[in-house]
Design a binder for this molecule. Sequence first.
Ligand SMILES: [Zn+2]
Length: 172
Amino acid sequence: MRCPYCRHADSRVVDSREAEDGQIIRRRRSCPECGRRFTTVEEAVLAVVKRSGVTEPFSRSKIIAGVRKACQGRPVDEDAIAVLAQKVEETVRARGAAELPSHEVGLAILAPLRELDEVAYLRFASVYRSFDSLQDFEREIAALRAAANRPASATQHQAAPSQGERAAEPVG
Ligand SMILES: [Zn+2]
């Protein structure tokens, strides 16, 4: 890793620390040329494969932009959208795959968005699932009504995996 201060071509790792539950590693580096220290962050790249076959890195800000659009005019604040995007990232990273199709990212957005705001959910679902008839909306609204009648504890459990489930995920 090149030194950001003097551009020296090499640097030495003096400390490595896991962060965010082992998903990233921070390395403290020292430049042998100028002696200054800097930090690098290492994170596994999660690739999203679009329908066209083009691959791009997973981007939390893209999730935020898409959800924000669906939430336009709705009583949903930026913090809630940021939390949702983080949930989506945790969900897709928990699969343990190095790449995943874009429609799986969309699916991961739908569940938490439904809990956040039903109108925003319908908007997002209508685009994402290409609703092309009134029946599509009617079916989705019927599903929302059915979900509203379910006990709240069931949906909460779905949204937040327990510690035990996290521990069972494959590492690496
Ligand atoms: Zn340097």
